[in-house]
Write a protein that binds this ligand. Structure first.
Ligand SMILES: Nc1ncnc2c1ncn2[C@@H]1O[C@H](COP(=O)(O)OP(=O)(O)O)[C@@H](O)[C@H]1O
Ligand SMILES: O=P(O)(O)OC[C@H]1O[C@](O)(COP(=O)(O)O)[C@@H](O)[C@@H]1O
Ligand SMILES: [Mg+2]
Length: 567
């Protein structure tokens, strides 16, 4: 029989609170203490198995602080973690549900069962117990490991069609496919669930409280997928949880669809927590958007394929320019603030690239084995070369040489210095000092790539993501939706926001790249050791305390294969 562990914070205890405050006076988390937890009966009702809730003992409560330090799960997060255990090391990392705080919420038959388009589908509704494994490569004796709830339509929904008031918001930078997701959310809600009250929030999070809501209909969004950008507008900054939820509450919104990257999903989590604190009947559905493919757990983000494809055009141009000059160098900068996936995949796809530089792999310019020596060698051998650099690469080198101070955008993201321009000057200066003739052409297609409409495969992906988000929200869940090992799943917010997906330079994919470009790795033994150590720790998923040894083990084991970098 499967069993479950729900992590509940301890009962209120003034003395305990005082002790914590004294211990960690500077820690706002310690001061605020745990949020109200779902009552046990509500949590049990939401679980697929017969569950036992575990209230964390007073003794283990202080350990949560250590846990938070060690694994980035806050005590507040631990209160929302829903872990169920099954046989053979099976662990379900479940998403929150309306009944967690509204145990008597009524259910209704899913209107899809009468929909003519779906009536011929043999098994249209997903089984309530279906889950998707995080780890698919297993050994004979492996534990079954961490699973996520499978996305898809349920037999029962928690909203009647005419009760639904949905809103959609897009936040952060642009990405191909945003309009497709908006379109399919509107059309899916209208056509699958007969929802007619759908609103667009303008210009990101701040639009919740500072602009009029737009009315969206299938007609008004009919052809928006053919355009780049987002018809709703987007922005950075402006996340004021209280004001946002005040507006959701005042306007009677009960389904919130939030499209955005890691920062946006963190915001979605804050909104969800405030909604739950206020006891509102509202589902929050996050749809991860990131052209950089830096969101953890999911296989790939929408728009990524389009970006890689469009990058080919810039690389082709760089190659033509380089080949047409004596000692010609074509240098292309691609997006990738912290993760070099676009650069890596664009390089692997092109085969014309001689050197690819990404944020995850440190490099150096001068001396034996440095970039300048490699460029010189390549020009001697080939008379031309193409370099692809991700925008976040080599930032330490520029900062050192320009001694600039770090600046941030409205969302708190680090503002990057232009590595492409800096490399161009460095390479030019080097050859000038050696009196060697050369030409370098620097191409920066970053915003052009970001602004185009999504390609065919991304369009289909966006459609499926939107549908999965709708089914989950109608079924009363709050989650980030994503593809995990090819199947759509509902992933807890804390999971996707606590780590970032990065290229693992110790994986075979990066080795493939090095062997295809023939570039040196530029890594010292120290860099390699550090990368291995980072792999061991960085992708370790947050580990809530109060878990049995058995569950904790499953988390640990899934950590070693949790990166989606090796596609
Ligand atoms: N830690 C956070 N908590 C709440 N909101 C956040 C957080 N980080 C970012 N946001 C909000 O999310 C939105 C988008 O974030 P940003 O980092 O610019 O883009 P992305 O979501 O693409 O990463 C912004 O409106 C920002 O205020
Ligand atoms: O100029 P902007 O709009 O701040 O965007 C630049 C950033 O946006 C991105 O394209 C995507 O970042 P987000 O996912 O945070 O929106 C980054 O690669 C890039 O650094
Ligand atoms: Mg981001």
């Amino acid at each position: 029989m499967a069993s479950s562990h729900i992590i509940l914070p301890p009962d209120d205890d003034e003395e305990e609170q005082r002790r914590l405050e004294e211990e960690e006076d500077e820690d706002p988390w310690a001061r605020s203490g745990p949020p109200p937890a779902a009552p046990e009966h509500a949590v049990k009702a939401a679980l697929p198995f017969s569950a036992t809730c575990v209230r964390i003992s007073r003794d283990s409560y202080p350990n949560l602080r250590a846990l938070r330090n060690a694994s980035s799960v806050s005590l507040a997060d631990a209160a929302y973690v829903k872990i169920s255990e099954g046989d053979f090391g099976y662990v379900l990392d479940d998403v929150p549900h309306l009944v967690d705080h509204l145990p008597d919420a009524p259910t209704y038959p899913n209107p899809l069962q009468d929909h003519p388009a779906y009536s011929t589908v043999k098994q249209y509704f997903v089984n309530e117990d279906d889950t998707v494994p995080q780890k698919v490569v297993v050994q004979k004796n492996s534990r079954r490991g961490v699973h996520f709830r499978r996305a898809g339509p349920r037999q029962k929904v928690y909203f009647e069609s005419d009760e639904v008031k949905a809103c959609i918001v897009t936040c952060g930078g642009l990405c191909p496919g945003l309009n497709t997701v908006i379109r399919e959310l509107v059309c899916g809600l209208a056509h699958m669930y007969n929802v007619s009250k759908i609103y667009g929030i303008q210009n990101g999070y701040k639009g919740f409280y500072s602009s009029n809501y737009l009315t969206l209909t299938p007609k008004s969004v009919d052809d928006i997928h053919k355009r780049g950008g987002t018809v709703l507008g987007t922005s950075r900054g402006g996340h004021d949880t209280k004001k946002i939820v005040d507006n959701i509450q005042d306007r009677g919104i009960n389904q919130v669809y939030i499209i955005g990257g890691d920062g946006t999903q963190k915001g979605a989590y804050e909104i969800f927590k405030e909604i739950r604190k206020r006891g509102l009947k509202v589902s929050v559905a996050g749809i991860p958007k990131t052209i950089d493919n830096d969101i953890a757990i999911i296989d790939k983000s929408f728009g990524f394929d389009t970006a890689v494809e469009e990058a080919q055009r810039a690389i082709d141009s760089a190659h033509v320019e380089a080949c047409s000059a004596e000692n010609g160098i074509g240098l292309v900068k691609l997006m990738g603030r912290y993760s070099g996936f676009i650069a890596m995949y664009a390089t692997l796809a092109s085969r014309d690239v001689d050197c690819c530089l990404i944020p995850e792999s440190p490099f150096y310019m001068d001396g034996e084995g440095g970039l300048l020596q490699y460029v010189e060698r390549r020009l001697k051998e080939n008379k031309h070369m193409v370099i692809v650099v991700a925008e976040g690469a080599g930032q330490d080198l520029i900062a050192k040489s320009l001694s600039t101070s770090e600046q941030q955008d409205a969302s708190g993201n680090k503002l990057l210095l232009d590595i492409g321009l800096w490399l161009t000057h460095k390479i030019k200066d080097h050859f000038k000092s050696k009196k060697i003739e050369m030409t370098i052409k620097y191409i920066d297609p970053t915003y052009m790539i970001r602004a185009i409409p999504s390609n065919a495969s991304d369009n289909v992906y966006c459609t499926l993501l939107a549908h999965s988000a709708i089914h989950g929200a109608m079924a009363g869940y709050s989650f980030t939706v994503g593809n995990v090992n090819g199947r759509h799943a509902y992933i807890p917010f804390y999971r996707v926001t606590s780590t970032r997906n990065k290229v693992k330079i110790t994986d075979r994919m990066w080795a493939r790249l090095l062997s295809s470009t023939n570039q040196p790795s530029f890594l010292s033994q120290k860099d390699i050791d550090e990368a291995k150590e980072n792999d061991r720790t960085a992708n370790k998923p947050p580990l809530p305390t109060g878990l049995s040894h058995h569950v904790a083990n499953s988390f640990d084991q899934s950590a070693s294969s949790s990166s989606n970098s090796q596609i």
